[in-house]
Design a protein around this ligand. Structure first.
Ligand SMILES: *Cc1c(COP(=O)(O)O)cnc(C)c1O
Length: 225
């Protein structure tokens, strides 16, 4: 199927899932994940009206920057501290703030550039060994400390749910992230209004549980592997 057709189906699904759970569909933004996808296909998303694109590797993001000039870029993957300098001022949102040394580096490089970088704190809700992200119990202290860094602006939280065949199994993961965001709202100097959760396999459930940013690759571009 064409990219535009896939996008129409997903947009309809966003509407259905939001309305089903009593949410305003306009609160849910679709991020098209373009990793392993050509710049030409990324530009098809732009042509179809999806300007928010996500990459998980800095090198690939850098390659696409000049070729997809209209995109608003989201860095969604693990970020090495020594690569921060390449993304400052070039991305709309970093979804994967997962450790203190990274917070310090984004802060430092942002201040040097005279900008503030919007970030989400990644939480490993399910405690999977293979995944990056803070543990649930670490999140409060981390966010409270990071709130003091003037070069970053915390906008909310992100999680990657475990891969399961029945997405109902990960509903509690999304619910916990939403609950955590609610708990952390009282920390001054941060916002907790963005919840980046939900991928091809589980985005409907994620929307029902409060996702404001869903990150979709396979359902748009087909299987990449
Ligand atoms: C690849 C990726 C996605 C998209 O996954 P799909 O299952 O293909 O929709 C979302 N988030 C992150 C962090 C990714 O690396």
């Amino acid at each position: 199927m064409r990219i535009a057709d896939n996008l129409s189906i997903i947009k309809q699904q966003i509407l259905d899932s939001a309305l089903k759970s009593g949410r305003n569909p306009l609160e849910v933004s679709l991020i098209a994940v373009t990793k392993n996808v050509s710049a030409a296909r990324a530009n098809e998303c732009i042509a179809a009206g999806i300007f928010d694109l996500g990459e998980n590797r800095v090198q690939e993001l850098q390659n696409k920057l000049p070729e997809v000039p209209a995109a608003r870029w989201h860095l969604i993957g693990h970020l090495q501290t020594n690569k921060v300098k390449y993304i400052i001022g070039r991305v709309a949102l970093v979804h994967s703030l997962d450790r203190w040394t990274l917070a310090e580096e984004i802060d430092k490089k942002s201040q040097a550039a005279g900008i503030v970088t919007p970030v989400l704190v990644q939480v490993n809700v399910a405690g999977e060994e293979t995944k990056f992200g803070l543990e649930l119990q670490e999140a409060r202290d981390f966010v409270a400390e990071a709130a003091g860094l003037s070069g970053i602006a915390i906008q909310g939280l992100m999680t990657i749910a475990p891969f399961v065949t029945n997405p109902e199994e990960v509903r509690p993961v999304f619910r916990q992230l939403k609950g955590l965001a609610h708990d952390l709202q009282d920390i001054s100097g941060v916002r907790m209004d963005q919840l980046s959760m939900g991928m091809t396999n589980d985005y409907k459930v994620a929307i029902e549980e409060g996702a404001t940013l869903i990150r979709i690759g396979t359902a748009i571009f087909g299987s990449r592997y």
